[in-house]
Design a binder for this molecule. Structure first.
Ligand SMILES: [Zn+2]
Length: 554
């Protein structure tokens, strides 16, 4: 028996195999797991040239896989005027001012990541920005990317005035006199945004590497990039191929190619070409992303019954189905027939139903496939649709961090969804009990990409102690929808590996699989569940190679 290159010993190995086995140690050779067992058994694999990693009582887990994330945009933002780590008006303005001063030659101040609950009614105004940057353009999307804060210079330059009509797919916030007040929702942001300089290919590439570094530091070894394209937003497709080609891509990535809703089935040829060209060892552009609706806070998420207004009266707003539901059935059937996985943004109950109906139509026409279509966000699911996930083998792709009481939920969502619908939010427990396949992801840079924070909320359904956007409502959010720790870890490892079609080679610690693993600083099962978010990742490995070490030894 030739000896191991690497052995993890003296810890708790939580394997996430079918039996949820716990062991003490793991041996790795040529990037693959060759043995899992007791310390004594693994020591037999250790030779003079083996590197031995002393877990010292810590926990070894399969690397986390984020099933819905935007790491390139997130990385680019981290390198721009990034507001994600702040949470007050004063701090935002100070950061914008400082950034503008430090980058005197940038005509555009780009970045973003502000939080709606910092501002009255969720709406910041242009005068705040004017006071710190009067002479250059400021254009800052919020942390969910659906609303953008701009200054007067930005509106002026784009010619957005009191007489500018709202675009069909968006809304311009206005003051009492009808003047644009400084927040642009959804498509309205494009009135300014379309004039912004695209990040250069090198900036996109640096963004990818920054995003990758950051995700590795959180124990993430693979992900599904929820929007990959050669042009919409930014050319992250080429950045992935470049990184894959020169060995800089250390993560495993599935790319969800953007479905352009201005076009129809004729784009499928282009998608096939991108899939063909985008097939490398670590990167596969094998998925198509269809954005079916918006978000609740701006009433663009597609609902079955209309939203309420702030006084609880029924409005005429039902949100937007970005793709007409009958057309959606046709597109999904065609994509499924070509072997594409479809990754839906399906947030409220009408969009969820439309996505499930489309999957059902594909199933009827094409018969069962192994494409593993999935619905991301699933914020509001009508109870009648919960069992359909299992029936249709549609994967529930959950972003658990949003399933708690916080400003955005309590002030901007619950009152407008009303009874009983607000109770249909994030029904993870119900989905699991109904036999749905569950995957998990963060939607970073919309919210924190830390899987331990997300798992903490999946288990506790309340604000983790580490949560930046703190609040004083510590009530458990719909307690019957809580998941246990084992189920949550499985969703973030095997569940997401399933959706990424990586479950045969990753997602659990089993002999023959790649040694894609994360070292967590404690046995999560041995501590109270409200401490999950306080745990930290100490080291991350992909194929047996170190990609992150908290103590800097990587
Ligand atoms: Zn997203």
């Amino acid at each position: 028996m030739s000896s191991a290159d690497l052995a993890f010993v003296n810890g708790t190995v939580y394997t996430v195999d079918a039996a949820r086995t716990r062991e003490q140690a793991v041996a790795v050779r040529d990037g693959r797991i060759v043995a899992v067992g007791s310390d004594d058994a693994i020591r037999e694999h250790v030779g003079p040239r083996s590197q031995v990693f002393d877990l010292a009582g810590r926990m070894l887990l399969p690397g986390f896989q984020d099933a819905h994330v935007h790491p390139v945009g997130g990385g680019v933002e981290r390198l721009q005027c990034d507001l994600h780590d702040l949470h007050s008006r004063e701090d935002y303005l100070l950061r914008v001012k400082t950034y503008a001063e430090e980058h005197p030659h940038r005509e555009w101040i780009l970045g973003g990541g502000w939080s709606m609950d910092v501002f009255p009614g969720g709406i910041p105004t242009k005068d705040l920005l004017d006071a710190v940057v009067p002479d250059r353009i400021v254009f800052l999307p919020n942390r969910d990317g659906h609303s953008t804060w701009v200054n007067s210079r930005a509106l002026e330059m784009a010619g957005v005035t009191a007489t500018t009509p709202d675009p069909a797919d968006g809304l311009i916030e206005r003051d009492g006199a009808g003047e644009p007040s400084g927040t642009l929702h959804e498509g309205a942001a494009e009135l300014v945004g379309r004039l912004a300089p695209e990040p250069t290919p090198d900036e996109v590439y640096e963004g990818l590497l920054e995003g990758q570094r950051y995700l590795h530091s959180l124990g993430i070894t693979a992900w599904q990039d929820a929007i990959v394209s050669t042009g919409y937003w930014m050319d992250n497709y080429s950045a992935y191929l470049r990184a894959a080609g020169n060995g800089d891509l250390t993560a495993r990535v599935v790319g969800a190619l953007w479905w352009d809703r201005e076009r129809g089935e004729d784009q499928i040829d282009d998608l096939l070409e991108l899939r063909e060209r985008g097939r490398t060892e670590r990167f596969a552009a094998s998925t198509v992303k269809i954005m079916q609706d918006g978000v609740c806070e701006t009433f663009t998420a597609a609902v079955l019954e209309p939203y309420l207004d702030a006084e609880g009266r029924v409005t005429d707003k039902r949100g937007i189905s970005f793709v007409e539901p009958e057309a959606l059935k046709g597109y999904v059937t065609a994509l499924d027939g070509h072997g594409f996985q479809v990754h839906f943004h399906a947030l409220a109950e009408r969009a969820v139903r439309e996505a499930l109906d489309a999957i059902e139509a594909a199933l009827e026409t094409n018969g069962p496939t192994d494409n593993r279509h999935h619905l991301a966000h699933i914020q509001v699911v009508h109870p009648d649709d919960v069992p359909r996930f299992r029936e249709l083998r549609a994967v529930a792709n959950a972003q658990p961090l949003w399933a708690m009481h916080e400003g955005q939920m309590d002030d901007l969502t619950i009152p407008f969804l009303g009874e009983p619908r607000w109770r249909w939010q994030y029904p993870f427990g119900s989905l699991v009990r109904a036999g749905a396949n569950l995957a998990m992801g963060s939607d970073w840079s919309v919210s924190s990409p830390d899987p331990l924070e997300e798992i903490s909320v999946a288990v506790n359904r309340k604000t983790p102690p580490t949560y930046l956007y703190g609040n004083d409502n510590h009530e458990v959010f719909l307690p019957e929808e809580r998941l246990d720790l084992a189920t949550s870890i499985a969703a973030f490892t095997m569940g997401s590996a399933h959706v990424n079609h990586l479950d045969e080679v990753t997602g659990s610690i089993e002999v023959g699989k790649f040694a894609d693993v994360a070292v967590v600083d404690r046995d999560l099962f041995a501590h109270p569940v409200d401490e999950i978010a306080s745990a930290q990742v100490d080291a991350t490995f992909v194929q047996g190679a170190s990609v992150y070490a908290r103590d800097g030894t990587s």
